[in-house]
Design a protein around this ligand. Structure first.
Ligand code: CP
Ligand code: NVA
Length: 298
């Protein structure tokens, strides 16, 4: 049984296979010769909002011959307190695979354990593996192999995106710099679990200097809304803007997983100057996830 629960738990060989297959999925879109999900129904269980993840999975499952079934957590009994493990055992008897967006990482893991069907993490508080796959695909399209490159993550260094980048760095052999205020740095435990070359600093300029990629994410992740005021205050000096771009390699990529909040984690001019790359990232969600789906049922 194959699951994509996190970048941390994804074997390096599987990560590399998915990235290679994502390129083929993109190239062959509209002309696939096989339908690996033919006759299958996949549940999309979402406890948080989504535009890109929901649409890319619905379209991707359809293009691979399957049928997506969107289940907002508030509409099913899960939202009224039915345990994950019961929901999982019901769905596991009816559908062929599940894509789950929720809060706690352990909930996705518990779902996979009890459902006994391929399960994909569509974002938790701890990881967003599908986004990092699409991002690495985008980097490799534009800069060639990611191995040996320098990726700088700026902002909330303790969020799900930062975590997935941290686990990807050791597996794919690139240097990751995390520029974040002290209270938004990755934990030593997480860094130890990941290994690899991760440089954590509060000095955003030093982190941007000579980087091949400058990456940011929202300052207030879903579920952290109560901390908004405090986060905006603490993260203020960590905006991805033209002054940081000037310090990076000439031609460095500016990336954002979206949704973006202009004037907060990125400024309007920097966002629009790099919109091509940013929306390539969004498009690559479709191709990378189709590669994940095909791998999961292989
Ligand atoms: N980047 C991302 O996962 O977007 P959504 O929240 O819209 O799915
Ligand atoms: N860190 C963000 C990612 C959104 C795709 C969040 O969890 O809201």
């Amino acid at each position: 049984m194959k699951h994509l629960l996190s970048i941390e738990k994804l074997a390096r060989a599987d990560l590399e296979k998915i990235l290679a297959d994502a390129v083929v999925m993109k190239h062959e879109r509209g002309a696939h010769t096989t339908q690996p999900l033919k006759g299958q129904t996949w549940a999309l269980i979402f406890s948080k909002s989504s535009t890109r993840t929901r649409v890319s999975f619905e379209v991707g499952i359809h293009e691979l011959g399957g049928r997506p079934m969107f289940l907002s957590a508030v509409d099913i009994q899960l939202g009224r307190g039915e345990p994950i493990k019961d929901t999982a055992r019901v769905l596991g008897r009816m559908v062929h695979g599940a894509v789950f967006r929720t809060f706690a990482q352990r909930d996705v893991e518990e779902f996979a354990q009890y459902a006994n069907i391929p399960t994909i993490n569509a974002l938790t508080d701890e990881e967003h593996p599908c986004q990092v796959l699409a991002d690495v695909q985008t980097i490799q399209e534009q800069l060639g192999a990611i191995r040996g490159k320098v990726v700088t993550f700026i902002g909330d260094g303790a969020c799900n995106m930062a975590d997935s980048w941290i686990f990807a760095a050791a597996k794919l052999g690139f240097e990751l710099r995390v520029a974040a205020p002290k209270s938004f740095q990755p934990t030593p435990t997480l860094l130890k679990r990941a290994g690899g070359k991760i440089i954590c600093t509060t000095d955003v300029k030093a982190a941007a200097r000579g980087a091949d990629v400058l990456y940011t994410d929202v300052w207030v992740s879903m579920g952290k809304e109560a901390e908004s005021a405090q986060r905006l205050k603490k993260l203020k000096g960590y905006q991805l803007n033209q002054s940081l771009v000037k310090l990076a390699q000439p031609g460095a990529l500016v990336m954002h997983c979206l949704p973006a909040y202009r004037g907060k984690e990125i400024d309007e001019a920097t966002f629009e100057a790099n919109a091509q790359t940013i929306f390539d990232q969004a498009e690559n969600r479709l191709h990378a996830q189709k590669a994940v789906l095909a791998w999961a049922v292989s």
